[in-house]
Design a protein around this ligand. Sequence first.
Ligand code: G4P
Length: 525
Amino acid sequence: MADPIRHVADEASRRRTFAIISHPDAGKTTLTEKFLLYSGAVAEAGAVKARGARRRARSDWMEMEQERGISITSTVLQFAYRDRVLNLLDTPGHRDFSEDTYRVLAAADAAIMVLDVAKGIEEQTRRLFEVCRARELPIVTFVNKYDRPGRDPIELLDEIEEQISLRPTPLTWPVGDPGDFRGVIDRRSGAFVRYTRTVGGSTEAPEEHVDPGRAAREEGRAFDQALETCALLDGVGAVFDAPSFLAGETSPLFVGSALTNFGVRHVLDAVVDLAPGPSPRLDAAGSPRALDAAFSGQVFKIQANMDPAHRDRVAFVRVCSGRFERGMTVVQESTGRLFATKYATSVLAAERSTIDEAFPGDVVGLVNAGDLRIGDTLYEGEPVAYPPIVSFAPELFASVRARSTARYKQFRRGLDALDEEGVVQVLSDPDGDNTPVLGAVGQMQFEVAAHRLAHEFGAEVDLSPAPYRAVRRTDEETAKRLRSNPGSRVLVRRDGTLLALFESEHWLARLELDNPTWCLERSIV
Ligand code: G4P
């Protein structure tokens, strides 16, 4: 029988766990689908999008996501490519959900940033990319939609560097202008890779490797221009560099078209060959837990009611060390209680299948894990606690009331669930005023919360904007003093943290200046 420790290390090194972040409509879904095509997981593209039956099985708030054309939920896809196992974590493509993206990125080892060649970095999504940068994750960039007219990609390189301080290092460069896309020069080999379209892009685009002499004859000016740009890129040092990529400072960049499949293989190969596999995760005290140690994992996302037929709650756990085996009993570090993992699933879009084992880098969905919270560590053997996943400081606030007092119980239950999932932060008055205040990073979080309270929990609510502009973490002592001040309010978060909310940043600045000994922490973790 194989050595079980060696087995875990081997399996871990085969994993690549990554997320795609993009602005809505930049092509994330299409690229995901093409990844499945190139991995052989689907025989023909179209399977992911034409999910008619699956759509019907979706819950109401997912309908809302479809109406708005944005992805609110996160799902996990696992597929094999070459000799690797790829775990693709989906992230919402809207800045209002950047906190959710941040949590998902806590479970990823790398990210692919998809940009639309006509649009570049869009204002609405800059925040998402900044979040990704802040995590110092290695980022691969894919400039998409080159099959149609767009901007000069050189312009986009400057924009990426200026706007999110990430230095792109193109690994391929397109031959032909946007809209007249013939293929790419592979900057490492110098070869020209010519692509041929297939009907509707539903099967792999045939690739022809053409030597430079022939490419120059056959492609003429377009090839010469691309060569000139490559020389220019060499001249300014825009060449792939592994250490700065792994540090999240430079980003290998590919230009392509997810629709016609041009360039898709290069991106997948980059994930396998360049992106890092799982590495030993640091615990809260800063010591690494070896990949082949006993099982440990961290909950990075909770999602309730994914399937309206079963009012359930799934906790997504990233495996950090060891081998996960369905049915094993693990310890929930925060409570010290034992947790039986009888219902473990892997999740493909809205469909599930039971999984029996998982390795570092994999994501396991634990169904009906009522007691698990975001950030919780689960382990077997030697105890371990991973650092908490931080919450963002809310920037928007709204008071929330149940429209009908008869539905108060449902209202409370719904709020608790949404708070645990991190849909919104629910702040309550420690002195007993029972109108909670919701805190969010983006307005749409409120809309999702109200929609879900009504449709999943049967509690219609009224939301009214609360006039707070700034938030600080505080303590009992300062809270007492603040209570006599108009223009501020002290509320308590689910984890017991006291938060002071202020109507005026200017006034808060004065208060901080006048009372240097008060506890008014900017970091609200
Ligand atoms: P998202 O998940 O990032 O929101 O984007 P999605 O893949 O759904 O793509 C948004 C639209 O852009 C889709 O068109 C899709 O077909 C198109 N698209 C994606 N990649 C490319 C590309 O490389 N080239 C071109 N020309 N178009 C691309 P749609 O009309 O909204 O949907 P559909 O009817 O085509 O499915």
